[in-house]
Design a protein around this ligand. Sequence first.
Ligand code: GDP
Length: 365
Amino acid sequence: MEHPENSKEYKGLAVNSGVVQPDSVNPYFQAHRPRRQSLLTPGEYVEGIVKGDITVLSRAVTLVESLRPEHQAIAQEVIEKCLPYTGNSVRIGISGVPGAGKSTSIDEFGLHVLKDGGRLAVLAIDPSSERTKGSILGDKTRMEKLSVHPDAFIRPSPSAGSLGGVARKTRETIVLCEAAGFDKIFVETVGVGQSETAVHSMVDFFLLIQLAGTGDELQGIKRGIMEMADGIVINKADGDNIQKAEMAAQSFRNALHLFPAPESGWTPQVVTYSGFYGLKIKEVWDMIWAYMDFVKKNGYFQFRRNEQAKYWMYESINETLKNSFYNNPDIAAGLEQAEKNVLGGQQTSFTAAQQLLSRYFESLK
Ligand code: GDP
């Protein structure tokens, strides 16, 4: 082979003439390659799930998370067939900044709620997957005790797609978990607002984990997130930190008083605890169970679930319409020009939008 780099004028590294590469295919490789699991029928998935078979449940969740249309078709059928077996659970959203102690706490909370029997599923919505394709919550096993508990099922956040898409998959996974007999569902998230809204729209109780710190606890927490909370807990109330945690709790209580009364009729409470040392875990859960009793009696529990069901119907419609519009080839071709026209001042944003929408509706005829 000609290597101009090897001529005398060339001052860089010389290139050795090549050797014939051995065949890269190991003839024995095929035999050892793990075979793809074949799909079950929707009926088989449902049967396995209803029996509480975790392996089948995991495989069904994988289908829910899959972007392939043929997987989605099966997943939707399975979800629909599981619906009659769902609804008999408590769903609790847990949020806090990285380092607030979510995994440590969820480990302890999980053991606490499993003491009375039942099964717990821990799901997650990781908002970072949308923007950075990375992960804040992490894929490593973060809950060491729960991950080996026979009655716990831990599933990391679905990773692909928009936050709305990820949230929808988590909500669908809740359906499957409930059908498999999980009567307690935790949905964990971390974020600065949007992912909390998504979690709030699928849980009965939204718990915000906070830390005592700078003396200016309320700084940096979006008002909207605090307003969503049904309970605020101050973690790491141990050792020298107990007094600071109590002070932080008091400032949260004061702040909560300034908010309008929540629709549930329940006044959000603030409790201190230590996830790491397992202190006052019972107090946290007494508060959560007191809330459940309260809203089940006054009808808000069912009201909130109905509102959520409606919300997700509209979310689904919105998402499908949006995808249909942006994935339409006519639109994709016209968007760039429309953008230029708007930026160049030849068209207003409104007329450009109207034109594209008309083109879209035309293409449907
Ligand atoms: P996450 O990012 O919210 O999941 O937080 P982690 O559960 O990973 O905890 C972050 C750090 O805080 C770890 O080093 C924990 O050991 C520590 N931590 C968690 N809970 C407590 C607690 O109750 N007390 C103390 N002192 N440290 C804690």
